[in-house]
Design a protein around this ligand. Structure first.
Ligand SMILES: *Cc1c(COP(=O)(O)O)cnc(C)c1O
Length: 397
């Protein structure tokens, strides 16, 4: 079994805090402090421009991509790191649409994260070729897959409710209809077993600051299936995706395979933190993480439903259909979450009425979940949330 006491010791977690928001921002891996300090001092400080070659900065997006690839069932050389997830969504979608030139519909669902939908909207407007973004309810996706669909673009785990799509089945259906499938793994990578190759995804994207603990603003990743690697044309054709960036040619020629999904200069300091964060996964079984996460989530659901009858479960009850977060609804959700945070239990709030909790066994244990239930129950019973300062909305919820 994975030793979760050992993985917990790899993180910096402030005393007295119960952290249930690793689905938004993973905590600081202790090794990241050392790695980033060394990077600044020895590499940036000491090597300066020589770091690109001598410290291997230029090869990092590929090397880190391979490390992430192992967590999502992607073969070596099929994943690359860089930019932000929104940018990677745009890239994947632009390339996928070009691979289905005779079709015009992008199919997504109302459980997708808005940024993915906004990026699609912007791309449709820019292409100006009559593409249409069709958004249906999550349960209606399967039936909406018809011969007009060019690309099915979904996030596997719903950021609001934790509902988990069946990636394999929907990808098979998409292919049967002649469409391509793009999967956003923002709430999957590092949370549950993912196998992009077995599921036959055409493209996959994800971020590294949630369950992969890479730090705020850590770079995103993109996977391109081998069958498309040499065909997918990059819409964001930056110089580092060129076949020979340092030939400085006037025209663009796409680089080999996944290299073409690079755009510009990679964030080397952020990649140092991410590299250290990925060390945490050495010796960790994602199957064990999933099992332990499910147990913590079940414990939480049972406790909250017993002790906080005013809260309504917003997540699927059956763990098979749920990612590793649990959400409850209450019209005073914002105030309840702020009262919880004031007492050291950190989850988050998603408008209009959802409070959300992540179950990340790498650093969250059973006793903390029980403590969180007790604190939540006390806040509900005493109506401690009912104070003006808890109703004020901060810039980031
Ligand atoms: C977190 C998240 C994003 C955020 O995108 P950024 O460009 O990294 O800010 C996008 N899509 C999904 C599905 C997410 O969960």
């Amino acid at each position: 079994m994975t030793d979760f006491a050992a993985t917990r010791a790899l993180f910096h977690l402030p005393q007295g805090l119960i952290y249930m928001d690793g689905n938004s921002l993973g905590p600081l891996p202790l090794a990241a402090r050392r790695r980033v300090a060394a990077m600044l001092q020895e590499e940036w400080g000491g090597l300066l421009i020589r770091g690109w070659n001598e410290a291997g900065w230029m090869a990092e997006p590929r090397r880190l991509g391979d490390r992430i690839g192992r967590l999502i069932g992607a073969p070596q050389g099929s994943v690359i790191v860089g930019d932000t997830l929104s940018v990677k969504v745009f890239q994947a979608l632009a390339s996928a649409l070009e691979l289905r030139p005779d079709r015009r519909v992008i199919l997504s669902d109302s459980g997708n994260f808005p940024s993915d939908l906004y990026m699609a909207e912007g791309l449709v407007r820019m292409l100006d070729r009559g593409h249409q973004l069709r958004i249906v309810a999550p349960e209606a996706v399967e039936d909406a897959l018809d011969e007009s669909v060019a690309v099915l673009m979904l996030t596997e785990v719903d950021y609001r409710t934790g509902r988990l799509h069946d990636m394999r089945k929907l990808t098979r259906k998409a292919h049967a209809a002649g469409a391509l499938a793009i999967w956003d793994l923002a709430h999957s990578a590092g949370a549950l077993p993912v196998d992009v190759e077995t599921a036959d995804a055409d493209f996959a994207v994800g971020c590294t600051y949630k369950y992969l603990n890479g730090g705020p603003g850590a770079p995103a990743f993109i996977y391109v299936a081998g069958r498309h690697a040499a065909l997918a044309r990059p819409a964001l054709s930056g110089w580092l995706g060129h076949a020979e960036p340092f030939a400085f040619e006037l025209g663009y020629r796409a680089g080999a395979g996944i290299e073409r999904m690079r755009i510009g200069t990679p964030p080397v300091i952020a990649m140092a933190a991410l590299d250290a964060a990925l060390d945490v996964w050495d010796g960790v079984s994602i199957g064990h993480v999933r099992k332990a996460s499910t147990e913590l989530a079940e414990l939480f659901i049972a406790g909250v439903e017993t002790d906080c009858p005013e809260l309504r479960l917003a997540s699927p009850r059956d763990a098979v259909h749920r990612g590793s977060q649990v959400s409850f609804r209450h019209e005073q959700g914002l105030a309840i979450m702020q009262a919880l945070i004031a007492r050291g239990v950190i989850g988050d709030f998603r408008a209009p009425d959802t409070i959300r909790f992540g179950f990340t066994p790498l650093y969250l244990g059973r006793q903390e979940v029980l403590d969180a239930i007790a604190i939540l129950a006390e806040i509900m019973a005493s109506r401690a949330w009912n104070r003006p300062e808890f109703r004020r909305k901060a810039l980031v919820t």
